[in-house]
Design a protein around this ligand. Structure first.
Ligand code: SME
Length: 163
């Protein structure tokens, strides 16, 4: 099966999963599980959600549901990492070789490439979907479409049920 056909197949499964989800947290958990299981190059799949700064502190990205090895980066400021770059610009970031990107915060020595897609609610970034791969340049155009589709579903779900 071509990689394009595979991502389309997984996209259809994601659509079904969205219909079964009981809450946004449940949807995010099921999504990370599905992507991690079905997409063989997606070796770490997780959400970071934007938390307002408490007591004058700057806002932070806090680790949400994820699949893969535990990461040391459970809270990331907006000016740090690929994660901070995606959240602060509101743009998808694809890094083909993390060793060449000075923004990269290492999670696993095995990680070679990464994609981070912001999640929007009513036009504002509220979090992001972060995926790491043990393979260089793992995230092609069809992967970007799939991951943006997943992040879009979470945003729409949050707009309907902000729980
Ligand atoms: N690599 C990310 C940090 C999160 S871990 O990959 C799970 C970054 O550079 O922001």
């Amino acid at each position: 099966m071509s990689t394009g056909a595979k991502t389309k197949e997984v996209q259809a499964e994601v659509q079904q999963l969205c219909e079964q989800a009981k809450s946004t947290h449940d949807l995010m958990t099921r999504l990370t599980r599905l992507l991690h299981e079905r997409m063989l190059k997606y070796n770490w799949v997780g959400f970071y959600m934007l938390e307002d700064g408490i007591a004058g502190q700057p806002p932070m990205l806090a680790l949400g549901p994820f699949q893969g090895a535990m990461t040391p980066h459970t809270r990331i400021p907006l000016h740090q990492g690929i994660c901070g770059a995606a959240a602060s610009t509101g743009q998808t970031v694809v890094v083909d070789d993390v060793s060449k990107d000075p923004r990269y915060l290492a999670c696993s020595i095995e990680t070679k490439s990464e994609i981070v897609v912001p999640v929007f609610v009513r036009g504002k970034v509220v979090g992001e979907l972060d995926i790491d791969s043990h393979f260089p340049a793992a995230f092609k155009e069809e992967d970007r479409e799939l991951v943006e589709y997943c992040a879009g579903l979470v945003g729409r779900f949050l707009e309907k049920s902000p729980a």
